[in-house]
Design a protein around this ligand. Structure first.
Ligand code: SAM
Length: 307
């Protein structure tokens, strides 16, 4: 029996607090990285829709931005963010050409190895409009950054709606490998997933632009399949190994040190709590047994009251 916890404050929320991440979303990127080794060898990264900054924190720790001077991380959001070591922050709209220009300026002529986006559409924007315009503009921003650079990676949050095939179709023009992944820390109840696109290889004559390619006829490619059917099948991967926490379950409190997360040293003392004489489950179990014993012992009295 597990104690029910507030849905918002699940195990990933608590782990994020323990290891100093600003949001539980950090674990989504960590699990995507564990599954696909996305951050291996990455030196330059762009984090779109980055606030409050937990993905940038993961990037900063993985790229060792505090000591590796060759690492460059640029984070963009409409909202201001508290500083993160080794992360250049831009407050701006990612769909704006000026923001794209500013990001590119920070790379001093170099191209990004990876662009990640955890953007969530405004609730007032129709899902279809978001998928069609916002995500594709994010994609185009990526293209302007990694122009001519083969092998770049793009990860973006998507919502698997009816028309998501439209997005897959466009992505397939630019990447040789596309997978849709659902990290274990992403709640089952959410239609959110992440499209993981690897090996950026745009058509030879492709000119990066912020203008949506979606409604262009035969946009930039010889792709006779773009005739409105959008029936692309993309491999779906559930990631985070089976022993990792499930975002929709509740767990008794426990503390463990995880070196990979760069946990604060202060948390080490909290391991002492794991040795307490009885955990929540055992206590609840004992309580229920005691209750039944008392009910049995005083059943006559209880019955008497009812008469
Ligand atoms: N990945 C972040 C983290 O781990 O802390 C969480 C991102 S949060 C789910 C989505 C963010 O997208 C919000 O901070 C919001 O301000 C930002 N956003 C939405 N539309 C945007 C846009 N057009 N330009 C820049 N940021 C945007």
């Amino acid at each position: 029996v597990h104690l029910c916890l507030d849905n918002e404050k699940d195990v990933y929320y608590r782990r994020a607090k323990e290891v100093g991440f600003r949001a539980r979303s950090a674990f989504k990127l960590i699990q995507l990285d564990q599954q696909f080794r996305l951050l291996e060898g990455v030196k330059r990264a762009v984090d779109l829709c980055a606030a409050p900054g937990s993905w940038s924190q993961v990037l900063s720790r993985r790229l060792q931005a505090h000591k590796d001077k060759t690492a460059k991380i640029v984070a963009v959001d409409l909202q201001p963010m508290a500083p993160i070591q080794g992360v250049i922050q831009i407050q701006g709209d990612i769909t704006n050409q000026d923001t794209a220009t500013e990001i590119i300026k920070h790379f001093d002529g170099e191209k990004a190895d990876i662009v990640i986006s955890d953007g969530a559409p405004d609730a007032s924007i129709l899902l279809f409009v978001y998928v069609c315009v916002c995500v594709c503009v994010i994609l185009l921003l990526l293209l302007s950054i990694v122009e001519n650079k083969k092998g770049g990676t793009f990860i973006a949050k998507i919502f698997r709606g009816r028309d998501i095939g439209l997005l897959y179709e466009k992505l397939q023009i630019f990447f040789t490998e596309i997978v849709v992944a659902k990290p274990k820390s992403s709640r089952n109840s959410s239609i959110e997933a992440f499209v993981v696109c690897r090996d950026y290889s745009p058509p030879r004559d492709y000119v990066p632009t912020m203008a949506p390619i979606l409604f262009n006829e035969k946009s930039h490619m010889d792709n006779d399949q773009s005739n409105g059917l959008y029936r692309y099948t993309i491999q779906f991967v559930a990631c985070g190994d089976q022993s990792s926490y499930d975002a929709d379950s509740s767990y008794p409190l426990q503390y463990e040190h995880d070196d990979n997360l760069g946990a604060n040293e202060d948390n080490e003392n909290e391991n002492d709590d794991a040795d307490e004489f009885m955990n929540d489950d055992e206590f609840l179990h004992l309580f229920v047994r005691l209750f039944y014993v008392l009910c049995f012992k005083y059943k006559d009295d209880i019955g008497g009251d009812n008469q």
